[in-house]
Design a protein around this ligand. Structure first.
Ligand code: TRP
Length: 334
């Protein structure tokens, strides 16, 4: 059968609890692509260790991320979902691509500059070559489209530069990936600092809502979210806190901004926050229930983990063999 579907690749780091921001900005959109595209969704544990992680926590978060991929509706039969560290071709291609990437290019990466400031005690070479591993992730699967947030745009650009350079030398080895611009996901901001994006690696847990937070915790965090000193419930650049809560409300209820504004026109901030909290809790309830079921079904999870890695590895190996041949590695003897 001729497969005419385009390939989509994306990944998420298991570097913390999955947040409402990850869900509404990314995961939830991924579920809408699974019928139309061949999708690979990787749990990029190898990227995560570019900053120091607690081993037990990392393992737990990776497993939870996988369960949440499934719980939000990514079907492991339709998508290839797997752990990056289970598919050694990522590391192997990354090495080759390192030799086709310049120090100068990597030094210009904004995320490297930021992270090396934030982790001044651990500016390791993995942090520096992080975009090369990301390029390997994408190019291994000949991905056509990559859904990424604004913060990863530059990494996708360098991926394209590396692919173009390699193809220029050896012929068409890699598909040139494009950013996937779908219906833009909601951009959810930190609850205590709504000028910053909600981030799973945030130290202040009051900034984030985790998908697996208990209802009471969610209600509490939303009640404590910063707002402002007037009492109008409307979107506005001058009202980042209220705008963020309205965005969250719209994203979880499917209502339009105008509908939400009208609904809360005569409401106090307190009552508004309760409504937002309840809407979030209701939205997350089925996901949390599904995760609890998956937790009890270790055999099923094992089969997903095994078959995801097998499927990914089969595709990745094809690209890697081609690359090895192109650069001049001796053929393997069967
Ligand atoms: N670097 C991405 C992030 O932190 C995660 C990632 C790794 C990724 N490899 C990828 C995203 C490949 C898209 C494609 O968000």
């Amino acid at each position: 059968m001729l497969d005419t579907k385009k390939t989509i690749f994306s990944g998420m780091q298991p570097s913390g609890m999955v947040t409402l921001g990850n869900y509404l900005g990314a995961l939830n959109n991924w579920t809408k692509l699974q019928d139309e595209y061949n999708c690979l969704y990787c749990i990029v544990d190898m990227h995560a260790i570019t900053v120091r992680q607690d081993p037990a926590k990392l393992r737990k978060q990776a497993k939870e991320l996988l369960m949440q991929y499934i719980a939000v509706g990514l079907d492991p039969e339709k998508n290839i979902i797997y752990y990056q560290s289970h598919v050694p071709q990522h590391a192997e291609l990354s090495w080759v691509l390192n030799c086709y990437t310049y120090m100068g290019e990597l030094s210009r990466m904004t995320q490297f500059k930021e992270k090396s400031q934030r982790h001044a005690e651990n500016i390791n070479s993995g942090l520096f070559t992080y975009p090369v591993l990301m390029a390997a992730d994408i190019l291994l699967y000949q991905a056509d489209l990559v859904p990424v947030g604004e913060d990863q745009r530059q990494h996708l650009e360098i991926t394209r530069d590396i692919a173009e350079r390699f193809n220029g030398i050896y012929g068409d080895v890699f598909t040139m990936p494009e950013p996937y611009i779908g219906k833009v996901g909601a951009r959810i901001m930190a609850l205590q600092d709504p000028t910053r994006k909600m981030s799973k690696s945030d130290e202040n847990k009051n900034n984030t809502i985790a998908l697996l937070d208990e209802p009471a915790v969610i209600m509490n965090k939303i009640k404590r979210a910063v707002t402002d000193s007037d009492n109008e419930i409307r979107f506005g650049e001058d009202k980042p806190g209220i705008s963020n809560l309205l965005s969250i409300y719209c994203a979880v209820t499917g209502k339009t901004p105008a509908q939400a504004e009208a609904e809360f026109a005569n409401t106090s901030y307190g009552a508004f926050k309760v409504a937002v909290g309840e809407a979030v809790v209701a939205n997350l309830e089925p996901i949390q229930k599904k995760v609890k079921e998956l937790e009890k079904n270790q055999d099923y999870m094992d089969s997903v983990i095994r078959s995801g890695a097998e499927k990914a590895s089969r595709i990745a190996e094809k690209t890697l063999r081609k690359v090895h041949k192109k650069v001049g590695f001796p053929p393997r003897i069967k």
